[in-house]
Design a protein around this ligand. Structure first.
Ligand SMILES: [Zn+2]
Ligand SMILES: [Zn+2]
Length: 108
């Protein structure tokens, strides 16, 4: 009866340490797959954050935003207009929604 435990062969090799979590890693790359994924995710998060910041900077701020369904802002002078207004005071012509003629003047 032998109570001798076999020495773990892997321990013989000095494991490379995972640069992410600092734990020994026996994988060939020396980094845990999940740690590599986490590292890539962190990089992606940073990049997304930077992209969001630049996007926020580039997005023009409209001082007048239509807050009511019957309002719309002129893309030229940004003034709020009634949706029925076809031509803005600045001269911008709104795109007219083409409606089918059916029902027009139906009831007198
Ligand atoms: Zn790790
Ligand atoms: Zn206008």
């Amino acid at each position: 009866m032998s109570e001798k435990k076999p020495l773990p062969l892997l321990r013989a090799r000095s494991p490379s340490r995972c640069p992410v979590c600092g734990q020994g890693s026996y994988s060939r790359a020396g980094i845990h797959p999940q740690c590599a994924a986490r590292q890539a995710d962190e990089k992606r998060k940073v990049r997304l954050k930077q992209e969001a910041l630049t996007a926020a900077e580039e997005t023009p701020t409209f001082p007048a935003v239509a807050s009511a369904p019957w309002q719309r802002s002129c893309p030229k002078c940004r003034a709020l207009q009634h949706v029925r207004t076809k031509v803005c005071s600045c001269g911008h012509t709104f795109a007219v929604q083409v409606r089918p003629p059916a029902g027009e003047g139906g009831c007198a």
